[in-house]
Design a protein around this ligand. Structure first.
Ligand SMILES: Cc1ncc(COP(=O)(O)O)c(C=O)c1O
Length: 346
């Protein structure tokens, strides 16, 4: 019996015994000299999977996104992104601080934008305006409750961006979830982006790490900025080995996380007072409303913690739950029983 069923995020997973073994046995070298064979192998593998010339290992999803934005832009440029997107909201103001870039935020539908919105937001080539340089999209979309960008929409956005000379960055922290849910290959999504960031420390269950992929020339620039902010790591093959292991063993199983999320959502729907759209649960993230339960989301979160279930409150009326490698189907049923106990007092 675990102490807690932790549904706060898919970042809370702990490396499995087999993953730890792979890490312990990793061949390593000094990656700042480009001499870590395991890092090199992971970078090559990810570049190949995404159909890009090169990839680079970095410490986090935030670092991946922010280095990509930095490498695509000049201070004073503008980038277009959805208003609830991760790099804009949850990366400590880094776009302004690191790149000196301003953001044109657009309201999407569960985080998803369409090409016409983006086209309308591109600034005219007049000196009164900032230079629109970059479009950032997120697939799956965290605050969109794990929503998946339709490939067709990505294609249309890419077409508009290219027609205006813009670059496209894909925050693919959970791209594998989109791939497993749709059966679309990662390189098909990546085809519609100049750069892609990818996390191995979320659904894939690694302790640390993300990668950025793109053209060789672009990755070379990212490499320089990684050094500049102190992100050059040495015998980091120990971490890359976890990534290699996860790509081989933890991708297909994301399907279980999606099934568990659906099961959880279906169960929540039965509880009076919870407002949830079960058809919006496309991958491993669920966001639902609690206003009609008579509790605020922080009160519900705190009461559920006493029942051994951890979750995040979003504002005062919403809860976010995330399924992952360390959550079983039995945990889902136990969590549902706890929700009933707390909300219905049964
Ligand atoms: C969509 C998305 N992008 C980027 C990140 C940042 O990743 P990290 O926490 O590794 O910096 C997250 C984290 O949850 C995320 O959900």
């Amino acid at each position: 019996m675990k102490d807690f069923i932790d549904l706060r995020s898919d970042t809370v997973t702990k490396p499995t015994t087999q993953m730890r073994k792979a890490m312990a046995e990793a061949e390593v070298g000094d990656d700042v000299y480009g001499e870590d064979p395991t890092v090199n192998a992971l970078q090559e593998k990810v570049a190949k999977l995404l159909g890009k010339e090169a990839a680079i290992f970095v410490a986090s999803g935030t670092m991946a996104n922010q280095l990509a934005i930095k490498a695509h832009t000049q201070p004073g440029d503008e980038l277009i992104m959805e208003a609830t997107s991760h790099p804009y909201n949850f990366e400590g103001g880094a776009i302004a601080a690191i790149s000196g870039v301003q953001v044109y935020c657009l309201q999407g539908v569960r985080g998803i934008l369409d090409a016409s919105q983006i086209e309308a937001a591109i600034r005219p080539g007049d000196h009164h305006y900032a230079v629109t340089r970059l479009v950032c999209i997120e697939n799956t979309h965290n605050r969109g409750a794990g929503s998946i960008y339709p490939l067709k929409t990505m294609e249309e956005i890419h077409k508009v961006a290219k027609s205006k000379g813009l670059m496209v960055h894909l925050d693919g922290a959970r791209l594998w979830n989109a791939c497993v849910a749709t059966g679309i290959n990662p390189h098909e999504y990546a085809h519609y982006a100049d750069s892609v960031s990818l996390c191995i420390s979320k659904g894939l269950g690694c302790p640390v790490g993300s990668l950025v992929a793109g053209s060789r020339e672009f990755i070379d620039r990212v490499h320089r900025f990684r050094k500049m902010i102190g992100g050059g790591m040495r015998q980091v093959g120990i971490l890359a080995a976890a990534g290699m292991y996860a790509l081989d063993h933890h991708v297909v199983r994301l399907k279980e996380d999606h099934e568990n999320a659906k099961r959880l959502a279906m169960g929540l729907q039965e509880i009076k007072g919870i407002s949830i759209h079960t058809d919006h649960v496309e991958t491993n993230i669920i966001i639902f409303g609690v206003a009609q339960t008579g509790m605020t989301s922080p009160t519900l979160r705190d009461a559920m913690k006493k029942e051994g279930v951890l979750m995040n409150a979003l504002g005062s009326e919403q809860i976010r739950l995330v399924t992952h490698l360390d959550v079983t189907r039995q945990d889902i049923d136990n969590a549902l029983a706890a929700f009933k106990k707390v909300i219905l007092r049964t």
